[in-house]
Design a protein around this ligand. Structure first.
Ligand SMILES: *Cc1c(COP(=O)(O)O)cnc(C)c1O
Length: 257
């Protein structure tokens, strides 16, 4: 599958440049002020595809499988910012945390995994590892993540956020991530109820963190938790709803096997 040759054929490089341009234009058009970070989701695509996008200025890439990321990261440029967006298993946390240019883990969903990640971050790492807590906004059994918030009172999500902020000095709580159901976009046009749920959950979590004296600086960016939401089918709706990080695979690389 993931060949370690990083040479991108000229025709493929041109194809990737064109799809990247088109996605970037759509991201910009959907944004009001600050454009969100575009993460190019390269799972199941060869390292040469990543290199092709890199040549066209792309630096943020997303991967779902620890082994695949461990194969790709060492053969690709060091200034790539890798985002782990797959299911996080505590027993793989150490391997994952040891990747020097891992920028963020979007799928944190337990204190056990947070502790394992914190322990796995090498002492040589210059900056804390960003983590986002995954929220199951659609409530579907097929999606992982913690339940969204309806109040600021104690819950699994608030407890996990506090654990990261107070007990995991090598981690930085950057924000919240969700996948959301496809139907939420299809049924209500631009208003996606799952994205609204993540926004509301973020506001409540910020309140809970401030109320507990877990002050800013230890979490978020400029005093705000960031939202990672939006994929090929719904990234424009996600940006309208306030997403700071969109994760786009198919619209850049084409369909996966
Ligand atoms: C695969 C994946 C994506 C990208 O999905 P596309 O529909 O190909 O854009 C985004 N987020 C997560 C969590 C994924 O697993």
């Amino acid at each position: 599958m993931a060949s370690t040759s990083t040479t991108c054929a000229p025709e493929r490089a041109a194809e990737l440049a064109e799809s990247l341009n088109s996605v970037r234009a759509r991201v910009t058009a959907a944004s009001r002020d600050r454009s969100p970070t575009l993460v190019a989701v390269s799972k199941l695509k060869p390292a040469s595809d990543v290199q092709g996008c890199y040549q066209h200025g792309q630096r943020d890439f997303g991967e779902n499988y620890v082994q695949e990321l461990c194969d790709k990261a060492p053969v690709l440029p060091e200034d790539i910012r890798w985002h782990f967006i797959g299911t996080l298993q505590s027993n793989k946390a150490k391997t994952l945390a040891s990747i020097p240019n891992l920028y963020a883990v979007h799928t944190l969903n337990s204190t056990k995994a947070a502790t394992a990640l914190n322990k796995g971050v090498p002492d040589t790492r210059a900056t804390p590892l960003n983590v986002l807590i995954q929220v199951n906004t659609s409530g579907e059994d097929s999606k992982s993540g913690l339940p969204p918030l309806t109040t600021t009172s104690s819950s699994e999500l608030v407890d996990l956020a506090r654990h990261v902020v107070t007990d995991c000095p090598k981690l930085h709580l950057l924000g919240l991530m969700t996948i959301g159901s496809l139907d939420a976009s299809l049924n209500e046009g631009d208003e996606n109820k799952d994205f609204e749920t993540l926004t509301r959950t973020r506001d409540l979590l910020q309140e809970a963190l401030r109320g507990s004296g877990a002050d800013g600086g230890r979490w978020g960016e400029d005093g705000k938790l960031l939202l990672s939401m939006g994929m090929s089918s719904d990234f424009e709706a996600a940006i309208h709803a306030g997403s700071a990080i969109v994760r786009v695979g198919t619209s850049i690389f084409g369909s996966r096997k």
